[in-house]
Design a protein around this ligand. Structure first.
Ligand SMILES: [Ca+2]
Length: 452
């Protein structure tokens, strides 16, 4: 008997050491395209772009048809995704794109990002791609929780020369400029992502891949470079487009290159033996452009949706979203209302972080929806960009564009937002507007806490 207890203790100690040395918590890979419209990939109806890798991810995973970005532009969605909160809580400047003219601005350091939270809880964190939440210190990705960063900090860069629209070199390695880098931006982001996966295959990691594609400059891999350091491209920021009325060939080349990137990242996970312990998400940061100032046409495809990037119609914020985890997420197509700010609490739960940490966030934890098929709780969602506002509750969508008359649509019957039912549903309009006013008052109040 006296011999058995030490033997048992030794066994328990061995188990404890083995559990410590092999952290089995899942890896998380978030691939976020830029300005990719709802109908820009094959599995969402595109007939112009060939996207076999993204389509395969969808076939083997969960494809969402009612997934929305929290903003209709880059910076707002990125702020909400990384914090799990409405971007309006950081002030109105986060409701549209941050500009290089206000370099002192950035996601407040007081904000807790998912990279900081996962990093503190033992995850390796890497980000490769576009930041757009601050242009300089102390607002760089490595100062917001990412162990490693390679990419650009501004809203757009030439895909061959990596020069931003103000004529500045914009390619970074952590907190240092690395302007001499050669290659096509989409490929560089892919290579750095694969390298990160290979180096961290023995520990849980969070890999954030915010691709620059398909944001302008509209340049496929074979298109020429456009920008040089020192020139201002604010009035000439789109790339070299011989036929402005048909931007599609350039964008198609960008989408197909993006698809190849997704294929290579998934393949790197397979080679590292990580597929069955990794959640991979593919989505976009906002809708695409159909048309753009200067006569640019036939750019992106929003399928049946009205509006485009920078509007609060569905084309501005309903985007492709695929959740893949072989053996854990059943293949399906699902129409639950899901938001980008739900990712924060979901990732925290996967990392075993107590729910008390995320209970006051705006986003929901999706794990029961993803893994047990439970419905997401009913809720009301709000958007605001400058003077435009929108509210979503169930099938109903209210849109208020500045001082124009309020609009109300039934999305299940009218996904194209063609028939305004505001006149027929005055009580519902009143209720949604009251909710909106209350939400605005609440987020504006909480924004004071983040003022620098
Ligand atoms: Ca964008």
């Amino acid at each position: 008997m006296s011999l058995r207890i030490p033997a048992l203790l030794a066994l328990l100690a061995a188990i404890s050491i083995s559990a410590k040395s092999a952290d089995q918590r899942p890896n998380i890979v978030l691939i976020m395209a830029d300005d990719l419209g709802y109908g820009d990939v094959g599995c969402y109806g595109s007939t112009t772009s060939r996207t076999p890798n993204i389509d395969k991810l969808a076939t083997g995973g969960l494809r969402l048809t009612d997934f929305h970005t929290n903003g209709p532009m880059c910076s707002p969605t990125r702020a909400a995704t990384l914090t799990g909160m409405y971007q309006s809580r950081f002030g109105r400047r986060f409701e549209s794109a941050l500009s290089g003219a206000t370099k002192e601005a950035g996601l407040p350091q007081k904000a807790l990002t998912i990279a900081e939270l996962l990093g503190k809880n033992g995850y390796a964190t890497g980000m490769f791609g576009k930041w757009h939440l601050g242009y300089e210190e102390p607002y760089l990705p490595t100062q917001q929780g990412f162990d490693e960063f390679r990419g650009l900090v501004s809203g757009d860069g030439d895909f061959h020369t990596r020069v931003d629209r103000s004529g500045n070199a914009d390619w970074w390695e952590n907190q240092a400029l690395r302007a001499e880098k050669e290659g096509y931006t989409t490929d560089l982001i892919t290579q750095d992502s694969i390298d990160f996966i290979e180096r961290h295959s023995e520990e849980p990691f969070f890999l954030y891949v915010p691709h620059l594609a398909i944001h302008f400059p509209w340049q496929g891999p074979e298109d020429p470079p456009h920008r040089e350091v020192g020139a201002n491209y604010l009035k000439d920021k789109w790339g070299i487009i011989p036929d402005r009325t048909n931007v599609s060939p350039h964008v198609t080349a960008m989408i197909e290159s993006l698809d190849q990137s997704v294929g290579e990242i998934v393949s790197a996970l397979q080679k590292a033996g990580l597929s069955e312990n990794t959640l991979v998400i593919f989505t976009s940061d906002n809708g695409g452009y159909r048309d753009y100032a200067g006569g640019f046409k036939n750019i992106s495809n929003m399928g049946p949706l009205r509006g485009q990037k920078a509007t609060l119609y569905e084309g501005g914020h309903r985007v492709p979203a695929i959740f893949s985890w072989p053996g854990k997420i059943d293949p399906a197509v699902n129409n639950e209302l899901i938001m980008t700010f739900d990712l924060f609490s979901t990732f925290a739960e996967l990392a075993g972080i107590p729910p008390t940490t995320t209970k006051n966030l705006d986003g929901l934890n999706l794990t029961k929806f993803l893994f047990s098929g439970e419905s997401v709780a009913n809720r009301t969602i709000y958007w605001r960009m400058r003077a435009d506002k929108a509210v979503r509750r169930g099938p109903w969508k209210l849109v208020q564009r500045g001082r124009q008359p309020v609009e109300l649509y039934h999305l299940e019957k009218d996904i194209g937002e063609t028939t305004n039912l505001a006149g027929a549903k005055p009580d519902l309009v009143k209720e949604l507007l009251e909710g909106l006013a209350q939400w605005e008052s609440e987020v504006d109040e909480s924004a004071h806490a983040f003022e620098n």
